[in-house]
Design a binder for this molecule. Sequence first.
Ligand code: HEC
Length: 511
Amino acid sequence: MSRRKKVVLAGVFATLLLGAALAIRLGPGLSPGALLHVGFGWGVKAPSQDVVAARLHVPQGFTVSRFAEGLGNVRFLRFTQAGELLASVPRAGKVLLLGLGRPGETRPAPRTLLDGLKKPHGLDFHDGWLYIAETDAVGRVRFDHSTGQVSGPIERVVTGLPEGGNHWTRTVRFGPDGMMYVSVGSSCNVCIEEDRRRAAILRYRPDGSGEKLFATGLRNSVGLDFHPKTGELYATDNGRDLLGDDFPPCELNRVVQGGFYGWPFASGDRVSDPDFGKGHEAEVAATIPPEFKFRAHNAPLGMTFVRGERLPTEYRGSILIALHGSWNRKSRDGYKVVLLKKNAAGQLEQSDFLSGFLRDQDQDVIGRPVDVAEGPDGAIYVSDDYTGSIFRVTYGETASTIGIAAAPRPAQPTLQGPSAAASVRELPDRDRVAAQARGAQLFAKWGCAGCHVPGQSEKGVVPRLLTGAGGRYSLAGLTEYFLTPRPPMPAFPLSAEEQLDLAMYIGMTYP
Ligand code: HEC
């Protein structure tokens, strides 16, 4: 046997051993499919539509169907402005583009948008660029939303992120402040890190300069999203292992600048860590408790605030979170997408949104949710890196209309009603003039010109012209836009009257 063959065989043997070792560690009830997934990294077969219908549960009025399969370890999802879905596949080094299709047409096959990347994971858009978080870098490439094509080289704006160790996924998101947030998980289950950028969320300018530690003590914050109204950053966090089945909780945190969230000294509501808490009482006391505690080992990953109008009103402002599920718990837990919604007392409460991936009786698993994205068609898309599938949950559509070809076109910005410009023209002169004056003051007060008026824009900002905005949006559409502007435009704390004044000003100035 040649030396090369021997090396290959030794590799195969080592992989088998690793798989077997993992199977033993994971405990009984592991199907051969699961073993393949863990040890080798190629997928388990996607469940058939019959299995999906029989096993997966959604709330009353919703329907779940398969949207895509055979995608490998598909992880994070992001919709383009044209309503196409990007999905990262770290193991393949790829970012895929999936079209939703037009009525009457067959949905196009997934297309490889980028490949040759190093464990690409988080995705976001900013200012004409697509940003991709790789395990040791953040890269960006020009992206045209209308054609769904990239152009030019990938520019790595951040390099040298600490890699290796337990948590290799990196997530990138742009905040309403136009800054880039990157989360880097810990290198270990529990330890004191040498590199302070681990177990942290970092913040950069869009060009990768100005690195700052934004928040620390976050063991592995994979999912990030910004509150659509307040602009605050929320992040999921996975609690440590090896302290039993029911401790410590996994977390949802509201992440503030300079905030410390406990790891490795504390978890949950400032509970001292049995291994690392002693002698670190000050850190334990300084820990910011979570907004919500998930059951231990549930592994919350991707999250999204519900922004769209198509779901029932009680969903608006709620949070959908993918629970990847436990791996080191006697009986498995998690393996579903949950909804966090505020109750009458203002506390977040958890309910199931898409469940049934885990069958309790025999511990059989048919999927592990990773990310949740809200489509422009009002449907919720869920990635599953266990079978390489994406599931689609729709509201109010019957099973027969959610066929592959029937996906509706992406929604346009709010256009209902007469244009803002026309509405304002209907007003008596004196009201119109007064509103315009107040709107102009607000426009100046909040520095809108800095991003919108050529010649007055801030350094490095390419002004985004507002020409025609008053014609494209209704007055209500504009006030709605101010409430939930599209990043990087910040959400400003405007009263209802101020929103209207500003809308009238935009309507008249940019008819
Ligand atoms: C930090 C930069 C920034 C500031 C400050 C800012 N905006 Fe914007 N705004 C943007 C960007 C960027 C967009 C486009 C977002 C997109 O659609 O991708 C936008 C979009 C808009 C739109 C929608 C335009 C359209 O045609 O769809 C309106 C209206 C608007 N801004 C008004 C305002 C007002 C009023 C203020 C001040 C209260 C303001 N903006 C402050 C960056 C900014």
